[in-house]
Design a protein around this ligand. Sequence first.
Ligand code: ADP
Length: 361
Amino acid sequence: MDKEVEVLYIDDEINNLISFKANFRYTCTIHIAQSTVEAEEILNNNSNIRVIFCDHKMPNELGIDFLNRIKFSFPAPIRILLTAYADMELLVDSINKGNIYRFIRKPWVNEEITSAIIEANKFYLTTSLLDKRNQELEQAYRELDKFAYSVSHDLRDPLVGVLSAINLAREFEDLDEIYALLDLMRTSVLKLDAYIDSLKDYYLLRRGDLKLEEINFYDLATDIESFYKIYTSTTPLVFETNVDQVTTFKNDKSIIELIIHNLIPNAIKYQRVAEENQFVKLDIKVEKGGVTIRVEDNGIGIPEEQIEHIFRLFYRASNQAQGSGLGLYNVKNAIVKLNGDIKIESNQDKGTVFILSIPSK
Ligand code: ADP
């Protein structure tokens, strides 16, 4: 066993606490409490406690009552009751209430405590894994629901658009009118393509393993700059990149590109039309241990009350431009996958900056 396993022992007899700590301090991390009040405080401050040993006969609150009381506020730790009494009624009552993993008779022997910690820890790991799987399953169901809704709108609407344009075009003979309809079809097909691209990213982030490689951010920024210059050269918007890399950096390049390729189109899309000096800046600074990437614009900004929602699946906070509402959801998942962090600073009608910190692997 390792010190990662945290155990709380509650007993009103100080000698028992001292001897427990002395005996098991090399086996795991021990917290001790002389009362249930003290124990509650320790539980509040140490969310990683996996096993609680609690003496039954204590002056202010019986062990069984305490364990029963904390069942909902601290459901995760495995609860073990220590008692000097072979009290059948107590045993049956606790088993019926289902709040005790096992009993240990006092005075305890070291081997019994050690094996109880090992077993309780295994039980803890299994139940917490199960909890995690359940949460993931619930989230998957919620996402499936949203996908069903989104497919019927975001995929169907452009298709219906193309179909109507085709039907109309069959009735026209004038080439200009047909070209105008072709343009409409093109817009719809591009929308479909962008949606499918985001779905591909969604899938990649869920399934794929990380492919680590050394990243030269000067090269990466040059590629990005030439890619977006094609779009921005015919607009008043100034796109600037700035890289400062003093050391090597290793991580999954395609995921970092995916993040940047979701943030920059947003920074371009959500500009203020009336702004004369529109800009988008990509700043990359690589230092020992990680990279900080800033994507800044002086666009429409995000209303304060919307900021906490924008990373949600299919959430859209503006109708200024077309989009699927998948982009920032993918960005957040990508950041989690790389063990990074993302912050936003945004002011309505002034602009937005996304600040990412990604560790080197
Ligand atoms: P969308 O496809 O709608 O752009 P995203 O997930 O990329 O979806 O973004 C979610 C919402 O966040 C957008 O609808 C927009 O309202 C807001 N948003 C994202 N980036 C910016 C930005 N740079 N400036 C202003 N609003 C932004």
